[in-house]
Write a protein that binds this ligand. Structure first.
Ligand code: PLP
Length: 408
């Protein structure tokens, strides 16, 4: 008899987006003339930078001629891209990362989800709350958790991000083996200080733990003195894996390219306590189950680092961040507390009520869609997330409508 992986039965159906869609449909039916503005989405809205499009086209032309055609490439990615990333994202910031420690992939979602597969199921995991849901669900699928009770899975140490700790989770007082961190954070938009991150690295080194550091939003950090990569912290190479993505940096959400850094010093242990290289294990997994990102996409990603590509990406991100500034300004004027939006495209707003109440109010009174924080975890039930991924015109109109709806 064919059997299922019963851990999948513990998963919660994500009612969040289905419920949002249903509420939007009802609103549209009742208000056919009202145009809805969506500030709930975490997807890029601006076109690919022209430098990437040009490189993409050129690579497609190469694929069209026998002399320059490329078949299977290296599973880990082409050296031209790995070397460019190592130079620009790490060496330029005095963070030691070698090209052969960079694994090119088709997304940080897959990588953050897949990486846990090379680790024992018999470990203790610490996951932030609120959180990008992939970290939780993939561990549930693997059987690392018990069932869910009152919105929380058994056997997960939840790292709460609340106004009381400025949305930076505290280091747990119990030992944990695997720690997920994401900065700038989705959904809160909070950023971490160098000192706080050094504390986590120190904890991981003392406890022989591993940090999975998701830096998918590092390009939105506007202050160059802030920490962008965990490898800027001394000792992190021994205990941290870093995930990056071109999705938000360069509008690759539909094009698909990302990468994961696994330093050669980074170790995990077998039952007898012997150390094993995570780089070797991930390399084995990646080359067995993944056949590489397409050549034209890797050429397009390489162009992110050309002079024109850097300028164009910076201009696109500045546009999104001007939207974030506009959202923050409106929340200041309306007297709503928030975090994020300074070095992140997300603003996490204290709803002063249940997150679904404010969602309903914004939809029905302003025709604006936000994301209720409840969808990101128990700690999100009184917050909403507004996203800066939209046009300046839409954000301006949305803020004017929100002012009218909430201002009195
Ligand atoms: N990590 C975080 C924190 C995200 O918010 C997202 C997407 O929203 C991803 C990873 C996914 O990135 P990718 O598009 O590269 O799969």
């Amino acid at each position: 008899m064919i059997r299922i992986n019963e851990h999948y039965l513990k998963l919660q159906t994500s009612y969040l987006f289905a419920t949002i869609a249903q509420k939007i449909n009802e609103f549209s039916e009742n208000n056919p003339e009202r145009e809805i503005i969506r500030l709930g989405i975490g997807d890029a809205t601006r076109a690919l930078p022209p430098a990437c499009v040009e490189a993409f086209h050129k690579a497609v032309d190469e694929m069209a001629a026998d002399g320059t055609f490329r078949g299977y490439g290296p599973e880990q990615g082409y050296p031209f891209l790995r070397e460019t990333i190592a130079r620009n994202d790490f060496a330029a910031r005095n963070a030691e990362v070698n090209a052969d420690e960079i694994f090119i992939s088709d997304g940080a979602k897959c990588d953050t989800g897949n990486f846990q597969e090379i680790l024992s199921t018999d470990i203790t995991i610490a996951i932030p709350d609120p959180v990008y849901p992939v970290y939780v669900d993939t561990n549930v699928m693997a059987g690392r958790t018990g069932p869910i009770r009152d919105g929380r899975f058994e056997n997960i140490v939840y790292l709460e991000s609340t106004p009381e700790n400025d949305f930076i989770p505290q280091i747990p007082d119990t030992p944990v083996d695997l720690i997920y961190l994401c900065f700038p954070n989705n959904p809160t938009g909070a950023t971490v200080t160098r000192e706080a991150l050094a504390g986590w690295v120190d904890y991981a080194r003392r406890n022989k733990a591993l940090i999975l550091f998701d830096a998918a939003y590092e390009a939105f950090i506007r202050d160059d003195s802030m920490v962008k990569s965990i490898y800027e912290i001394p000792g992190a190479r021994e205990v941290a894996v870093e995930f990056r993505s071109f999705s938000k940096t360069a509008g690759f959400t539909g094009t698909r390219c990302a990468f994961t850094v696994v330093p050669k010093e980074c170790m995990a242990y077998d039952a007898s306590g012997s150390a094993h290289s995570l780089h070797a294990l991930w390399n084995r997994r990646h080359s067995t189950k993944f056949n590489g990102v397409s050549y034209p996409v890797q050429r397009a990603a390489e162009a992110v680092y050309s002079e024109a590509g850097k300028r164009q990406c910076a201009e696109i991100i500045a546009g999104y961040m001007a939207n974030a500034d506009r959202i923050r300004k409106e929340m200041d004027a309306l007297g709503y507390d928030y975090v994020g939006g300074k070095h992140s495209p997300y603003v996490w707003i204290d709803a002063k009520t249940d997150s679904w109440n404010l969602f309903d109010m914004l939809l029905n009174k302003a025709g604006v869609v936000c994301t209720p924080g409840a969808g990101f975890g128990t700690c999100g039930t009184r917050h909403i997330r507004l996203s800066a991924f939209n046009s300046a015109e839409n954000v301006e109109t949305a803020m004017a409508r929100i002012r009218e709806a909430l201002g009195h």
